[in-house]
Design a protein around this ligand. Structure first.
Ligand code: URA
Length: 216
């Protein structure tokens, strides 16, 4: 089965075979904590490759062992990866492997189990946010409440741009994020069928935080 796509030009479903293969392994309930974490790391590296595809570049003069040449390097201030705690850490690590110079911001949010609303307990961003592009990461875009709350706070720092990266989402999560932040591009490995009454994605992969940290 090929992954569900979206007509929204700002929703990017990364359907690369390596991404889809690793996601399928992660979804399986028997995957160990170790293999879930390793696969998430690998997936995050592959997703970083897609999400940074349009990073600005500049020409620089360099010396190879044979001659001088004009070559390209990434331009501008370092990218900021913003991790929504705690599950965002799983994606952050993989992305930092590929973009080691990135700055890192953290937003601590927990989901009130009754209202499913996001409650903030921590917020720390790098300085000079106005000169930086931001990628907010969280494995699951489910109700969308945490993503909206996180992006509200990041937007208040006035960065140059914001993208959102998740492993899995569903139509409800996309709709909520779209309504609140129509300008924010979403990168995901899959759009699943729906949310259940507890705010879990179906068929999904369960509780991403518990599966990354082995806290189930
Ligand atoms: N958070 C998770 O970890 N899993 C879901 O399915 C939804 C939200």
């Amino acid at each position: 089965m090929s992954p569900q796509t979206s007509n929204d030009p700002l929703v990017h479903v990364i359907d690369h075979p390596l991404v889809q293969h690793k996601l399928t392994l992660m979804r399986q309930k028997d995957a160990s904590t170790n293999s879930f974490r390793t696969l998430l790391n690998e997936l995050a590296m592959l997703m970083a490759y897609e999400v940074t595809r349009d990073m600005p570049m500049q020409d620089v003069e360099i010396e190879t062992p044979l001659e001088t040449m004009t070559a390209r390097v990434i331009d501008g201030k370092k990218l900021v990866l913003v991790s929504i705690l705690r599950a965002g850490t799983g994606i952050l690590d993989g992305m930092l492997t590929v973009v080691p110079g990135a700055r890192v911001g953290h937003i601590g949010l927990y989901r009130d189990p009754k209202t499913l609303k996001a409650v903030e307990y921590y917020f720390k961003m790098p300085k000079d946010m106005q000169e930086r592009d931001v990628v907010v990461v969280d494995p699951m875009l489910a109700t969308g409440n945490s993503a909206v709350a996180a992006i509200d706070r990041v937007k208040a720092t006035k960065p140059k741009s914001i993208k959102f990266v998740c492993l899995l989402t569903c139509p409800e999560g996309i709709a909520t994020l779209r309504k609140a932040h129509p300008d924010v591009a979403i990168y995901t490995a899959a759009i699943d069928r729906q949310l259940n009454d507890h705010g879990y994605i179906l068929p999904g992969l369960g509780d991403a935080g518990d599966r990354i940290f082995g806290t189930q």
